[in-house]
Design a protein around this ligand. Structure first.
Ligand code: PEP
Length: 243
């Protein structure tokens, strides 16, 4: 199975979502393509999306690490499970950098999602300074180890390798860098979980011009797509690299 997951971030309106859905439906997806689509949408559109999209996983972009209670403005894992969400992004670099989300919070969020059977999609990645300093593997290992501490190893989780310097910059990592880094992540996750079943995606400026090379040659299980997932044509052109 391969995965094409869009992260809409804080974008889209109800009208734009209808247009996006129409745009996607113009494309024929071959029956044997074995591609699972997913969209991480802003909370307010989740229920509407669930009605108009068949066979597409609908996910959230964040979740509280707390149980239900006095946390004004927060959304719990129990609520995401209650409305039947398929997945939830955890630890996106924007949440880590703009909202000071720590590895400990990321770990708590994964555990809460597992409790309510919403699959976590964990984002990990190094900053440009860490990349330049040659500490990518050390950073990734620390992020994975802390995120996986005490989680249920029998439940599915997806990991996205997203170098922070490649997100929204138009500067994707090279196929060689992705292949090597994803291979490293795969090995470390195998050691931590004791199995090889965790899909690993790449994210960071994936677009229709670089998707063929990345999705076919970088030994990834799919892509997490930000900017290009706002446009139905670009999103489906990227996906068609896998058909
Ligand atoms: C993201 O934010 O997860 C992402 C991959 O963004 P972009 O594709 O715009 O770089």
């Amino acid at each position: 199975m391969k995965y094409i997951i869009g992260n809409w971030k804080m974008n889209m309106s109800a009208g734009e979502i209808v247009a996006f859905t129409r745009g996607v439906k113009k494309y024929k997806i071959p029956k044997n393509s074995n591609v699972q689509f997913g969209l991480a949408v802003p909370y307010v559109y989740i229920l509407g999306m669930a009605k108009i999209q068949d066979h597409v996983w609908i996910g959230a972009q964040n979740v509280s690490e707390h149980d239900n209670g006095a946390f004004t403005g927060e959304i719990s894992a129990s609520m995401l499970g209650d409305v039947g969400l398929d997945f939830c992004i955890v630890g996106h670099s924007e949440r880590r950098s703009l909202f000071n989300e720590t590895d400990e919070q990321v770990n708590a969020k994964i555990k809460k999602l597992q409790e309510y059977d919403v699959m976590p999609l964990l984002c990990i990645g190094e900053t440009e300074a860490q990349y330049e300093a040659g500490s990518t593997k050390e950073v990734l290992l620390s992020q994975i180890t802390k995120a996986f501490e005490g989680i249920d190893k029998t439940k599915s989780i997806i990991v996205a390798y997203e170098p922070v310097w490649a997100i929204g910059t138009g500067k994707s990592a090279s196929v060689e860098t992705i292949r090597e880094t994803v291979g490293f992540i795969r090995g470390e996750i195998r050691k931590l979980l004791g199995h090889n079943d965790t899909p690993i995606l790449y994210g960071g400026s994936v677009n229709p011009s670089n998707s063929n090379a990345i999705l076919r040659n970088a030994q990834v299980d799919g892509a997490l797509i930000g900017g290009a997932s706002l446009d139905a044509d670009k999103f489906m052109q990227i996906a068609s690299s896998l058909f």
